[in-house]
Design a binder for this molecule. Structure first.
Ligand SMILES: Cc1ncc(COP(=O)(O)O)c(C=O)c1O
Length: 405
């Protein structure tokens, strides 16, 4: 009997079809170069460089001492779900009760759950681009079809109601987007969201998946507005949020949804078979975060705004870089397509992937190509780093691109 040779091609088709996360890929390459002794500045990860506020850590320690060691209810502890429902009401003007809330293992998990629960094979999901790398892959896993519509640089990377109307078909199930946005930092204003909602209101089988994970990192004077607060489409909006970005709690892995009860029940059913309730200690920490003071979140937001100003100013000085003004999150997203077709004498830069790889090898600055975000002319630069590293990274980038002709 011949032995079966197991290789990567023996994996299930759905995994073979899945793209690797480009952000994690770049971070891995940067680590390898750093391990070889190079002074790499890594601006590829989407992670706050702050520590989780002390009172939240204390709540986690207390939870351990109080014996929160067992399984939690699948949808999360009742008091946490209630605190999230109150947060939706008080901060977002969205009317949900605890029964409308499901807590999951990060906003990423919440998004993937909702897509699994609502999308049938062949259903279309309209994704407003540039978009976060995982959206299209989550849709693929649910055997749905991504329909990507591009927000242009000129419109600060935001799509128009006409574009949305033109993209919706009889097969459209979900429209999904993040505001504030990763990778562009763009923020849809209340007026813009009302205009998009007016389109969605006309298509009664279409749901909105609103990713608000960067809610607290918003530099606009008007602040955050939630599309889920618009009464005409309230029941068709699933709002996703979490504690990762605003409270510097990426590793704690807590995300949540607010949704119509039948959708929340569907997510609970799925979660009940796949993960069960998420980590008990993290949930107690999330309760302290969500129901506690917001001072630390505000201070972090101010730091991100200051760094945004610093980095945008420095990037604008680089010849050939087209730079938008991010209004939230912690990324800059310059269009670097001016350099496509140019060479340093050895390497020809064909696209943003080539540009990022070349930049890492040439200047030891790790960024992420826009291709994975549905914006192939751009690169994403995380501003969640020290001022010193940001200044040095921009200096190195400027020096490196001067070699391209
Ligand atoms: C737009 C967007 N949504 C969701 C997430 C996932 O957040 P979490 O860490 O809570 O899973 C991220 C993380 O980078 C993100 O950028």
């Amino acid at each position: 009997m011949s032995a079966v040779v197991e290789t990567a091609s023996s994996l299930a088709d759905r995994i073979i079809a899945l793209e690797e996360s480009s952000t994690l890929g770049m971070t891995k390459k940067a680590r390898e170069l750093a391990a070889q002794g190079h002074k790499v500045i890594s601006l590829s990860v989407g992670e706050p460089d702050f520590k989780t506020p002390k009172h939240i850590c204390e709540a986690a320690k207390q939870a351990i001492d109080e014996g929160y060691h067992g399984y939690s209810p699948v949808a999360g502890y009742a008091d946490l779900r209630k605190a999230i429902a109150d947060k939706f009401k008080n901060e977002n003007n969205i009317n949900w009760k605890a029964e409308n809330i499901v807590v999951s293992t990060g906003a990423k998990h919440s998004l993937a759950n909702v897509i699994q629960v609502l999308v049938n094979p062949g259903d279309e999901v309209v994704i407003l681009a540039p978009y976060w790398v995982s959206y299209s892959e989550m849709v693929k896993l649910a055997e749905g079809k991504s329909v990507v519509i591009d927000g242009s640089f000129e419109n600060n990377f935001k799509v128009t109601p006409d574009q949305l109307e033109a993209a919706i078909t009889e097969r459209t199930r979900i429209v999904m987007f993040a505001s504030p946005n990763n990778p562009t930092g763009s923020v849809y204003s209340e007026a813009e969201l009302r205009a998009l909602a007016a389109v969605i209101a006309k298509h009664e089988n279409v749901f909105v998946l609103a990713d608000e994970i960067y809610e607290y990192i918003n530099f606009t004077p008007q602040g955050h507005f939630s599309i889920g607060s618009i009464p005409e489409i309230h029941d068709r909006v699933i709002t996703v949020n979490g504690v990762a970005k605003g409270y510097a709690m990426t590793g704690w892995r807590i995300g949540y949804i607010g949704a119509a009860k039948w959708i929340a029940d569907g997510v609970e059913k799925l979660q009940g078979q796949v993960t069960s309730g998420t980590g008990s200690i993290s949930q107690r920490a999330a309760l302290a975060a969500i129901s506690g003071p917001k001072d630390a979140a505000k201070e972090m937001c101010e730091a991100y705004e200051r760094r945004r100003n610093l980095v945008v100013g420095l990037l604008k000085e680089i010849p050939g870089f087209k730079v938008n003004m991010p209004e939230g999150a912690f990324y800059a997203f310059p269009d670097i397509s001016e350099y496509f077709g140019k060479s340093d004498g050895t390497t020809v830069i064909k696209d943003s992937d080539d540009f990022c790889t070349w930049l890492l090898n040439e200047a030891y600055v790790a960024t992420v190509a826009g291709s994975g975000f549905g914006a192939p002319k751009c690169i994403r630069i995380s501003t969640a780093a020290s001022d010193e590293n940001l200044v040095e990274a921009c200096r190195r980038i400027k020096e490196a691109v001067a070699k391209l002709n």
